[in-house]
Design a protein around this ligand. Structure first.
Ligand code: ACO
Length: 405
């Protein structure tokens, strides 16, 4: 690793690295990925252990504070979060300004940004107390906002949070409950939802996290920085891949299902087709994404619980994976399933509409964004993020009068 800052100070030289393929923009002690081994650690703990032995709020505590909570710390943190699950009642009037058929990510970007208009006592990013309360508010309110966006799109009444339920259970009830009947949380689905949240909680310096850091580096408020992350996550090359992957599976199914997999794969390998195998490939993982393995397990559990073992899209996904893992095109490029390959099938089975998948990813990633933002602000060396450019435009020239242009 070369610290180019010294070279820059001495000579004015800087690097050209579009897409940040070989540039570390920060130091970080939060999440570690070994892309060759297919290993993911949050604060040193393997994702497999966190996904099986902890819940999402434990994971939030770990990401924010660096250690897993002990029992009293866990209770205190859970209580703090559930105190903040309600959103200001005025938010629903803001929500009403959107068309009902708006994409939930458009709505969510607006809602998260609008939090800064309601919680003025937590908007000073340089004040640690403001940052702490903004963190709790964001983690607590994201499920409420995502569920409100969903209910609004459906034309159904919002469900207020029920704080005696778990974080995931409360979210499921706000999504699928109605004021007319008592919604019973299915523990298998609740655990699956919680696992989806854990697996998406942080992933070091991906595009949306880097966006949050860059946005926050100007000194803007935490809600605005997280809204920028939501907007960035929306893209199909990033968080939008789960939606794009499910749409892809549905398209293949319409074309004829498993029988058409070979034909589809030929298109993927044809560079002129513009078709990608969505949910495959990753900038850092050059081995199986460990989250995809856990997600595939969750997929099996959820489908079995719901009696959907023969789900055609799951069969299709497994067939695509099998073919890809044996195909030279994918082997040579080290392309493996990423977390999005199976997460869409799980969410669809739970009843979550496809266009809300990325919103759920945003909900879960919020804690990672906040942890990364806090780490940056707490770093005495932090500066406003300001990439350089290689200028390729016109050299200096003079404005001509209108008649001569
Ligand atoms: N299908 C087919 N070919 C692929 C795929 C894919 N999913 N992914 C990469 N490739 C090919 C590229 O065309 C390129 O081929 P070439 O060397 O012949 O030009 C090679 O593999 C390397 O890929 P790059 O695009 O250079 O890799 P990069 O690191 O820039 O992109 C990315 C990574 C964006 C994730 C890419 O693999 C992709 O678009 N995947 C599909 C979308 C997706 O699943 N995104 C989710 C990522 S995980 C997340 O954000 C949660």
């Amino acid at each position: 690793v070369i610290d180019i800052r010294k070279l820059y100070a001495q000579t004015g030289m800087f690097t050209y690295d579009p897409g940040f393929l070989s540039t570390a923009a920060t130091q970080s002690a939060i999440t570690y990925i070994d892309g060759d081994k297919g290993e993911l650690l949050y604060r040193g703990y393997p994702i497999e252990q966190l996904a099986t032995q902890c819940d999402y709020l434990d994971t939030c505590y770990l990401l924010l504070k660096g250690e897993l909570p002990n029992a009293p710390q866990r209770d205190e943190f859970h209580n703090l979060v559930i105190k903040h699950t309600m959103v200001n009642e005025q938010m629903q009037f803001f929500l009403r300004g959107f068309r009902r058929d708006a994409h939930p990510m458009a709505v969510l970007t607006g809602l998260v940004g609008a939090l800064s208009a309601f919680y003025h006592d937590s908007t000073d990013i340089n004040n640690p107390e403001h940052r702490e309360i903004a963190a709790i508010r964001l983690i607590a309110k994201m499920p409420t906002l995502v569920a409100m966006a969903y209910k609004y799109g459906m034309g159904q009444p919002y469900m207020y949070p029920r704080n005696d339920l778990s974080y995931a259970g409360n979210f499921l009830r706000m999504m699928f409950g109605t004021p007319c009947e008592d919604y019973k949380v299915n523990p298998v689905i609740e655990r699956a939802m919680d696992r989806i949240f854990i697996l998406h909680a942080d992933h070091e310096q991906n595009a949306s996290t880097s966006t949050v850091r860059l946005c926050g580096s100007s000194g803007t408020n935490p809600f605005a920085a997280i809204a920028a992350g939501v907007a960035c996550l929306w893209g199909p090359a990033h968080g939008g891949a789960n939606e794009a992957c499910l749409n892809m599976l549905e398209d293949i199914q319409r074309m004829g299902g498993v029988a058409k997999v070979g034909e589809f794969m030929e298109k993927v390998k044809d560079k002129n087709s513009g078709v990608k195998l969505m949910g495959f490939g990753h900038r850092v993982y050059k081995n199986y994404d460990p989250r995809a393995k856990l997600m595939q397990e969750t997929c099996n559990e959820v489908l079995a619980e719901l009696g959907l073992e023969n789900d055609p899209l799951f069969k299709l996904a497994k067939q695509l994976e099998k073919i890809a893992l044996e195909d030279d095109y994918f082997v040579q490029r080290k392309l493996y399933p990423n977390v999005d390959f199976y997460s869409g099938i799980v969410q669809r089975a739970i009843g979550i509409p496809v266009n809300l998948f990325t919103g759920i990813f945003a909900l879960a990633r919020t804690v990672g964004w906040i942890a990364q933002l806090n780490e940056m602000i707490g770093d005495p060396e932090y500066k406003i993020g300001r990439p350089r450019q290689l200028f390729t435009g016109s050299v200096r020239r003079d404005v001509q009068p209108l008649t001569k242009r």
